[in-house]
Design a protein. Sequence first.
Length: 319
Amino acid sequence: MKARAVEAGIVLPEADELTWNGKEEEYLSKSASVGVLRERNEDLRSLKELLMYGLKGMAAYHEHAMRLGFADEAIHAFMQSALARITTQTMGADELVALVLEAGQHGVQVMALLDRANTIRYGHPELTKVNIGVGKNPGILISGHDLHDLEELLRQTEGTGVDVYTHSEMLPGHYYPAFKKYKHFVGNYGNAWWKQREEFTAFNGPIVFTTNCIVPPLENATYKERMFTANSTGYPGCKHIATDTDGHKDFSEVIALAKQSASFHQRTATKTDYTQPEQPVIQVVNTFLVKLGKKKTSPQLLSRQNTVQHQKKSNVEKL
């Protein structure tokens, strides 16, 4: 990249991020001088970190949209500009606050872009009954946010006798009409992402991570050899499923492992969990307003939420 910049007549700043070229054995010692704490001012450090978290989320959402053929050059330009500014410029608190707010604006834009990509490709989410029990066939558990990976896994497992379950962040996949044609897309297994250790131990088949919400397995974990990662996700000792030049993945190794794994014939299925697609941002805002006493939650909504929580708790106890 530096060579290309020189050829184009671009003068690069003297920044450590651009000039340091250490060896691998130097990485650990170097990390002590280039981490978050090198910014000594706590307020500036907090603003920079807030910006970085926003950029990471923005990049993840944009990557998902790009995998479905949707992109926004303005989002690319902002992310690159924001990184360059906090790297090469001395910025005060007011400037950083303004940059964080600008990141928020682009964050809303990238969420709208991803929503457009998902709905055009898979249809508008709709009220859906999602099974929270288990069946008798071998199964694959898929987690994360990448609906493109879910689509490919469902296509490749169709007719194989292997069922597909969502976990945690992938639960909304059940709401999209395009996935309802797959009869082996049987339900959601488990609860929140942070309960991975106990739930993945109980799950008998392979687990596919499409995004990087991985709770590090314990040293004696029995499921680590069944973990597969994809895209930007990775974990030491886990197999990574590569993306080919056409943007596709081969899940044949995952499917073969599922067929070798024990089925769920000793498990007890439970009733279906009646769920509906939520707008995350709107849901958070409504919760905030309720706490302020500016909006009352309806008894019907409270009843539905309590019922869902009770069903999920019961399901975990049975498993």
